[in-house]
Design a protein around this ligand. Structure first.
Ligand SMILES: N=C(N)NCCC[C@H](NC(=O)CCC(=O)O)C(=O)O
Length: 444
């Protein structure tokens, strides 16, 4: 049977904006109050997804969430008509309004953790939506994420959907951004690497001093249990707290893996050598550990360029390619490193650059925009086929964006009641295009 690693990219929602909501994410804070372009953002994301589909990759799309989130605003006491809720919130609690308007569900690397059927005891593909409790604007995503994932991976014979973990800091979970899988072939049992920022129940364990550690060991272990993984298929690694304090808010800002390749910065982890030995013990295949030294790429350059927030993909030819943001081309040290990487004797043979600047300005690179789902051909056939990228879906979604999206949005515009109507009209049509059913609260 054939097996693939599919990428499901988050479609950028109509309220994409820069509100400086993510303490610890340098780009989000630096670009707060910039004017955004939701139309360009959505199109940049689609271009990348279409390019991967054109390379012969299995590529899907995950629908965005309903924003403004009027339900959360009502839950915290704003009342009256929808327009009145927005008006009151804008006047009395603008920061909370911003949190309820973020299009942050576009970063589907944070949508869920996914374990392919080759790794799980029941032979099903497991999904656990991330609770994202560290950030208010993201903590309101998981319920709808669960619905969108279930509408996309709908066949219970193949797909096992769990609830998100308890909504408490002890279980802070950011999904696949802190999870990578190494394997020989995608369809063979692999080793799942769970990278966490702190141990919630051990006050003496190392943790960052300045910025939050969004993922806990307790959450990672809970996901591994839910997904029915064997100890021999898991390695739990602590992220280096010092790099979290330098803006590495998720592991996918400092490391990325694909098949038998782990590409990471020398400062990414704690106890790196022990953990590499454990991976080698648990995975009996030829492995490439590509460690990037600080002398070649400083942490600051890695964070600015998103060198590690690249996607490493295996092309149908069997060669690997890196999908990088154009920001990597613009950073001399990083560009030089990537060119050198192609001359090293590793499976990575090409680097392809994509402009995803609208997302980058909020701290979301190419890898943040996608959720990886390794599947065999029977599982791919069981996916909702209307979510899979092809020429027709690409054209249809571009027309849909042209029809519904603004090309300019400021945080002041978030109080405009017309934005609710525009967003709901767009999403209602999208659920018909992608045959998702009534995944949004306003449709229920
Ligand atoms: N690394 C991965 N996988 N994802 C990136 C997520 C970026 C996102 N930014 C934001 O939510 C900024 C929103 C704003 O400030 O308007 C975050 O910090 O959670």
């Amino acid at each position: 049977m054939k097996h693939f690693e599919a990428n499901f990219d988050g479609l950028v929602g109509p309220t994409h904006n820069y509100a400086g909501l993510s303490f610890g994410n340098v780009a989000s804070l630096n670009n707060a109050a910039l004017v955004s372009n939701p139309k360009a953002a959505a199109k940049q994301g689609l271009q990348k997804a279409k390019a991967l589909a054109d390379m012969g990759m299995v590529q899907g799309i995950l629908a965005p969430q309903e924003r403004p989130d009027l339900y959360t605003l009502r839950r915290i006491g704003f009342s009256g008509s929808d327009a009145n809720v927005l008006k009151q919130a804008a006047k009395e609690a603008p920061i909370l309004l911003n949190a309820c308007c973020s299009a942050s569900s576009m970063w589907t690397a944070n949508a869920a953790t996914v374990s392919p059927s080759a790794d799980t005891r029941d032979g099903k593909l497991h999904f656990t939506p991330a609770n994202l409790v560290d950030k208010l604007h993201r903590s309101i995503e998981p319920l709808t994420t669960g619905r969108i994932l279930t509408a996309t991976f709908s066949d219970p014979h193949y797909f096992h959907h769990h609830s998100h973990l308890p909504e408490h800091n002890s279980f802070g979970d950011e999904g696949a951004a802190n999870h990578t899988r190494l394997c020989n072939e995608y369809g063979h049992a692999g080793v799942e690497l769970f990278v966490y920022g702190q141990e919630a129940t051990n006050p003496n364990a190392p943790k960052p001093q300045k910025y939050p550690a969004r993922q806990t060991l307790e959450a990672s272990m809970a996901v591994a249990r839910l997904h029915q993984l064997e100890d021999d298929n898991c390695v739990f690694i602590q992220q280096n707290p010092d790099v979290i304090d330098q803006g590495v808010f998720h592991n996918d800002v400092i490391a990325v893996g694909n098949q038998n390749v782990l590409f990471y910065h020398e400062q990414a982890f704690l106890n790196t050598q022990n953990k590499i030995d454990e991976i080698k013990r648990k995975l009996d295949t030829e492995l490439y550990f590509i460690e990037v030294p600080t002398a070649k790429v400083a942490i600051n350059d890695a964070v600015k360029s998103y060198l590690f927030n690249t996607q490493i993909i295996t092309l149908p030819s069997g060669e690997m390619a890196i999908i990088a943001p154009t920001d990597c081309q613009e950073n001399p040290a990083v560009f030089a490193y990537l060119n050198e990487l192609l001359t090293l004797n590793t499976p990575i043979k090409q680097v392809l650059y994509f402009d995803v600047k609208q997302s980058m300005q909020n701290g979301g690179g190419p890898a943040c925009l996608r959720l990886r789902v390794a599947m065999n051909e029977v599982e791919v056939a069981a996916v909702n086929q209307h979510t899979l990228m092809n020429d027709a879906l690409f054209t249809r979604l571009n027309l849909w964006i042209d029809k519904h999206y603004r090309d300019r949005l400021t945080t002041q515009d978030l109080a405009d009641p017309q934005l609710i109507i525009e967003s709901r009209t767009a999403l209602d049509e999208l659920t018909q295009i992608m045959k998702l059913g009534s995944v949004y609260q306003f449709q229920r």
